[in-house]
Design a protein around this ligand. Structure first.
Ligand code: C5P
Length: 214
């Protein structure tokens, strides 16, 4: 699939779920893997929309960048872009929980302890993949244990075509690192491992495995 009218939607980075104007729940995602995927997709002359949470990375050239902050922002932006994309790669580390309410003013430090009520965010990937028509849907699974079993379960539960699993308990690869080590599972049951390798090489491996050589 090499046509320049092939359209790819990639998400990257963390989301932030605010407790008050200056405090938020987030995670250690650097966005490097998602940006490498967007860059590799643009190098294939695809039309690329990159929906990114807050990261410190320069946008790859040839990519339309959509900056978002919260999981809800990411969901609404992806909802607009999904119908016209051919390939969704949901690489973002979307927050699974957010505070039930966000204080308008900074919370004062008066008590010994603070209880925060969290509610689940909506699973963007699961929602979009349940509505897919022609789109290929690819998810990521960052796991610390039983990586293969968890990844295969997510592939099924989220109605995905492929899932990229990585063991985030391994030193030197994964969330904030420049390198990654992944195992790619297909809907039809095959799996292939790749890495440790620079994230740009991992991105090439993923696109090649899903859609063939450049
Ligand atoms: O279930 P888990 O959060 O481990 O699944 C990870 C995959 O689901 C990633 O592809 C991530 O981008 C996506 N996800 C999502 N919306 C959420 C949580 C995760 O799209 N609220």
């Amino acid at each position: 699939m090499k046509a320049s009218n092939f359209s790819c939607l990639v998400t990257a980075g963390p989301t932030r779920e605010y407790l008050d104007p200056v405090r938020f729940f987030s995670n250690a995602s650097s966005g490097k893997m998602g940006y490498a995927l967007a860059s590799a997709a643009a190098a294939r002359r695809w039309s690329v929309n990159l929906v990114s949470g807050p990261v410190c990375l320069a946008p790859p050239s040839g990519v339309s960048l959509h900056r978002v902050v919260t999981a809800a922002d990411m969901e609404s932006t992806c909802r607009q872009l999904f119908p016209s994309c051919d390939l969704l790669i949901m690489c973002a580390a979307v927050a699974d929980y957010r505070p039930v309410s966000t204080e308008r003013r900074k919370i004062k430090k008066k008590q010994e302890s603070l209880e925060v009520h969290l509610e689940a965010t909506r699973d963007i990937l699961k929602a979009l993949a349940s509505e897919k028509r022609h789109q290929l849907c690819v998810g990521f699974a960052a796991e610390t244990d039983h990586v293969d079993a968890h990844a295969r379960k997510k592939l099924r539960d989220k109605n995905l075509d492929w899932i990229v699993a990585n063991d985030v308990s391994r030193a030197g690869v994964g969330m904030e690192a420049d390198d990654n080590c992944v195992r790619l599972f297909s809907r039809t049951g095959e799996s292939t491992s790749f890495g440790p390798a620079p994230k740009s090489d991992v991105a090439e491996f993923i696109l090649r495995s899903i859609l063939g050589p450049k």
